[in-house]
Ligand binder design. Structure first.
Ligand SMILES: Nc1ncnc2c1ncn2[C@@H]1O[C@H](COP(=O)(O)OP(=O)(O)OP(=O)(O)O)[C@@H](O)[C@H]1O
Length: 649
């Protein structure tokens, strides 16, 4: 009782600690999201389904190799049966030769057969191993590709759903495990073939021995399966903490935060988190290991007793003269083979089950993602050119799991040739509005219309071909400069288009300083790669959007890291950029909104002001307040007027 309450207290502390530590990586959610699909009936059906699934995967990735593998496997099974029959016959003759030496010669044909069968089986084993080594990585790639495609083709809202990362984590493990599944399946099938052969021999000698043998193996098989289930559940239950460990390792050693890790002296604090997450993983895995050891012991004890009964039965049969000494010797040999194969079935079967759990997680992730596939959720109307007008009509939007809407009843419009600036305090919903305009998210209420057609009805690929986006957190692709701008979609005039976009975004200054120009690899971690500053990267991100030449250009804080010269160049060229497209610009720099035709002010997800720069800076309201604040730079400073200004010689 006291132990129970201590365990309950420990669990409460674990949960409290965990929720504290996870706040920064996994806000909200609970362990119900973790996929657990196990029940007794499911477990029994699993193995045949897994064997079928693995061979089907092999068939899909390389039908010819899969066919040869299956044929070799079947022939090898038959040879194993043949070898066993030959061995038992030879053994029988040898035992009989003890009383009648003339019987020894009769063992010769069986010895020849069993030698030939063993040799052929060894050859087939080599072929099977080679084919398995060829197929296994391909199966893994196939499962990985399915996962990848399901992920990138799913609606963005899937990412915001609770438990997405846990499900993805489990599915990722499925990709790792897929590589093992074929080998485990083969070993399982081959053990099964030997068991069948040994069972036939046993059934021919004395049929009641067969059920006795199976009975002896049953407890061990059952506990092995249960053991795998315990390990799986414990692994899944520790996913979040393992992710904490992984993120901490990654964040603490990655270059991005290296300077802050040092100057902020945060290491002891992070190590504390690492320690407590690690302790929780250890506690769960220790508990599982103990549970598993306990049930394995019960299984082994039960199997041991049953095996004792089995051997005693053979003894009694021999002692009472119900079977001959030769038959008893053969039965003992067949029993040994059968119990070795049963051990194999249990061992490989449990391994396959474990791999299967994760492969099922991968399948489940793919199935769920398929229901959220963009092509399933949306229509097929194609966009054939740059839009004239993009509108939001009565749009409200809530992120999955959020109680409060992020945007409320928003009406917004931008036309081709127009520049609209969106301003508002942090969290007012500007980025969310951008994502809706581009059709990255679909509104919870109201409609986003491209030339009068709802984005729900539009073919997403053609829609996104007309979107150029500079997001706040833009991608820094570990590719060369050219690919970072073209994204593998060059314009007909190739590098000339890249350099035009680079000139408009001030990225040309960056490119000319790089030793290999457009061919420079932008990944310091790779040999020959270079590192860019944040502002240099941002110039490339703007160049990327301009190069795309789409009908809608959305820029979310595109100059936040730029120096005044680069920023000035971009805003100076904005009118030219907007000549053939609609431009929407999010900025906190109110001065830059002067470049826009119209300014929209958002507050708590609503549009609270709209007008030109002149109108809004003249009228009382939030934009004028922000404008005045940005003008007010009279901070208290020391009087440096007497000090001479230093210039470089
Ligand atoms: N994926 C998400 N899931 C849930 N809530 C989100 C998500 N993304 C943003 N939000 C919430 O929506 C609100 C608006 O966020 P948004 O990024 O649109 O603001 P913003 O005006 O662009 O802010 P900032 O000026 O800081 O960039 C915030 O309260 C934010 O917490």
């Amino acid at each position: 009782m006291a132990e129970d309450s201590t365990t309950a207290e420990q669990q409460d502390t674990d949960e409290q600690e965990q929720s504290e530590d996870l706040k920064w990586v996994h806000p909200g959610g609970d362990s119900d999201d973790i996929p657990t699909v196990l029940n007794g009936r499911d477990m029994r059906r699993r193995l045949p389904r897994l064997v079928h699934h693995t061979f089907a995967l092999a068939w899909q990735v390389d039908p010819r190799s899969a066919l040869v593998l299956i044929v070799c496997q079947v022939v090898s099974g038959l040879l194993s049966a043949l070898g066993l029959f030959a061995t038992t016959r030879a053994l029988s003759s040898v035992i009989q030769a003890a009383t009648d030496p003339s019987r020894l010669d009769s063992a010769l044909p069986s010895v020849l057969v069993l030698t030939a069968a063993a040799g052929l089986r060894a050859l087939l084993g080599i072929v099977i191993q080679a084919l398995s080594q060829r197929l296994s990585p391909r199966i893994q790639r196939e499962v990985g590709t399915r996962l990848l495609l399901a992920g990138v083709r799913t609606e963005m809202s899937s990412y915001d759903a609770d438990g997405f990362s846990d499900r993805y984590n489990a599915a990722e493990r499925g990709v790792d495990q897929a590589q093992q599944a074929l080998g485990q399946t083969q070993n399982l099938v081959s053990s099964l073939a030997t068991l069948v052969a040994a069972s036939v021999v046993l059934a021919a000698l004395y049929p009641p021995l067969l059920p006795l043998l199976l009975l002896a193996a049953l407890p061990q098989a059952a506990t092995a399966l249960k053991g795998e289930r315990i390990t799986y559940v414990a692994t899944v239950a520790t996913f979040r903490d393992r992710r904490v460990l992984y993120l901490l390792r990654w964040t603490m050693v990655a270059k991005d935060a290296a300077d802050q890790i040092r100057t902020d002296t945060i290491t002891p604090h992070l190590m504390g988190k690492y320690q407590s997450a690690g302790d929780r993983v250890d506690r769960t895995t220790d508990q599982a290991a103990w549970q598993r050891a306990k049930i394995t012991l019960y299984g082994a004890a039960a199997s041991g007793i049953a095996s004792g009964v089995l051997w005693a039965a053979v003894w009694v049969l021999l002692d009472t003269g119900r079977i001959s000494a030769a038959a008893a010797g053969t039965a003992i040999f067949a029993l040994r083979s059968a119990s070795t194969s049963l051990q194999g079935i249990i061992g490989y079967g449990s391994q396959l089950l474990r791999s299967g759990f994760y492969m099922d997680d991968a399948d489940r992730f793919v199935k769920e993602a398929e229901q959220q596939q963009i092509r399933v959720v949306r229509g097929t109307t194609a966009i054939t050119g740059p839009p004239e007008r993009i509108e939001l009509r009565g749009v409200s939007f809530s992120y999955p799991g959020s109680e409060e809407p992020t945007l409320r009843d928003v009406d917004f419009e931008v036309r081709r040739g127009e520049i609209v600036a969106v301003v508002g305090v942090n969290g007012s919903g500007k980025t969310t509005l951008m994502k809706l305009l581009c059709g990255l998210n679909l509104p919870t209420q109201g409609e986003v219309l491209w030339d009068g057609v709802s984005v729900r009805d539009l073919d997403a690929d053609t829609l996104w071909r007309e979107c150029s986006v500079v997001p706040q957190e833009f991608a820094r692709w570990p590719m060369n400069v050219r690919e970072n701008v073209t994204l593998g979609q060059p314009q007909p005039d190739g590098d000339a288009a890249v350099m035009r976009a680079a000139a408009a975004s001030s990225a040309d200054d960056v490119i000319t300083t790089l030793r290999s120009g457009l061919d420079t690899l932008l990944a310091r971690e790779m040999w020959g790669g270079v590192a860019l500053s944040s502002g240099q990267w941002q110039r490339l991100a703007v160049a990327r959007a301009l190069h795309r030449g789409a009908g809608l250009l959305v820029m979310d804080e595109p100059t936040s890291d730029l120096d005044p010269h680069a920023e000035h160049r971009i805003f100076n060229g904005l009118r030219e950029i907007a000549r053939n497209r609609a431009v929407v610009l999010v900025t906190h720099n109110v001065g830059n909104t002067a470049a826009a035709d119209r300014i929209v002010v958002l507050s708590s997800g609503r549009i609270v002001q709209e007008g030109t720069f002149t109108q809004l800076t003249a009228a009382q309201g939030p934009l004028r307040d922000m404008w005045l604040l940005s003008q007010n730079r009279s901070f208290p400073t020391q009087n440096h007027e007497q000090e001479p200004v230093k210039h470089a010689p």
